[in-house]
Each structure stands twice: as structure tokens, then as C-alpha cells.
Design a protein around this ligand. Structure first.
Ligand code: FES
Length: 165
């Protein structure tokens, strides 16, 4: 979902979508075993899984809260924090690190005030790091919304990110 919105606006949307959330949860009442699908639907709707929705799922489906949380935190595809419209993954595996991966992370920190695990205030970018993305010869590797960029330098990163503004 392309929100393009700040945290306050997202909260407002969440509140105004309470009925939608209820309907979604309701549709899973008789299929508790499909908790992962329900969480996928919630993630698709909000681009993350809000904590109050997790609590509501637990209450309505009568699944222990600890169980819902453990599923929501187990899979990397799920996020419990609001995510930006674009996810940047910088590889910091050994090969990419040697070739300058950390310089890219540092640049994002300097230019966008963006640290690993965080999202820019304007909700444009979220930053993640990885230990190896399986194409070490092309390092340093950066993946943006699933698109691989190879041999990325700080200058090249600038140009790439402009496309996502
Ligand atoms: S170390 Fe970066 S792709 Fe392998």
C-alpha cells in the first residue's frame, strides 16, 4: 500500500477503518487456523500490522495474544511498525561490507536521518540491512522494493533514490 502519509494521519485512517478491520477479522472467525492469511491481509491493508489490530484479532478469534504476537513477529514479511512507501535493503554481508556497504548505510543516516530498522518521518523510505543477498560479486548490493541494484556507490544511491521521490 502506498500511504504517503505521516504517523498521525495513519492513526486517523486506522480509526476510520475500524469497521473494515472488524469485517476482515469476522471473515476469519471460522478459520482460526488461517491466522497467517489474516495477518497478510492486515499487512496489505495498512502496510504494517498495528498493535491494536493484533489485540482485536486475539479477542475476536479467541487466540492467545502471545500466539498472535509470536506469528506476527516470526515472519520477516510482517512489520509491527509503520513502514515507508519504499523499503531499502542494504547488504552488509562480508563481501558487500568490504566493498563499501557501510558507507551506504552511513549516507542514508546523514542525508535522510534514516537508520536500519527505521522509517523516514515523511514515510517515504524504510531501511533494512541484510547479511547476504546471494550475489556477492555484484556488491555492494542494495534492494529497493525488490529491485536489485549492483555495485552501488554513495553517488549512485543518490541517483537511484531520486527515482523514488
Ligand atoms: S555479501 Fe552482499 S550479496 Fe553476499
Amino acid at each position: 500500500m502506498d500511504t504517503g502519509l505521516d504517523f498521525t494521519t495513519i492513526q486517523t485512517i486506522l480509526e476510520s477503518n475500524a469497521e473494515k478491520v472488524e469485517k476482515l477479522i469476522e471473515s476469519y472467525i471460522s478459520k482460526k487456523e488461517q491466522l497467517i492469511s489474516l495477518l497478510q491481509d492486515v499487512q496489505a491493508e495498512f502496510n504494517y500490522i498495528p498493535q491494536d489490530v493484533i489485540i482485536r484479532i486475539s479477542q475476536r478469534l479467541e487466540i492467545p495474544l502471545s500466539q498472535v504476537f509470536s506469528v506476527a513477529t516470526f515472519f520477516q514479511a510482517f512489520s509491527l511498525k509503520p513502514r515507508g512507501r519504499h523499503t531499502i535493503t542494504v547488504c552488509l554481508g562480508t563481501a558487500c561490507h568490504i566493498k563499501g556497504g557501510q558507507r551506504l548505510v552511513d549516507k542514508l543516516g546523514r542525508d535522510y536521518d534514516l537508520k536500519p530498522g527505521e522509517t523516514t518521518e515523511d514515510m517515504r523510505f524504510s531501511l533494512e540491512t541484510a547479511n547476504c543477498l546471494g550475489c556477492c560479486a555484484l556488491g555492494p548490493v542494495v534492494v529497493i522494493d525488490g529491485k536489485y541494484e549492483s555495485k552501488v556507490t554513495p553517488d549512485k544511491l543518490d541517483k537511484i533514490l531520486k527515482k523514488y521521490e
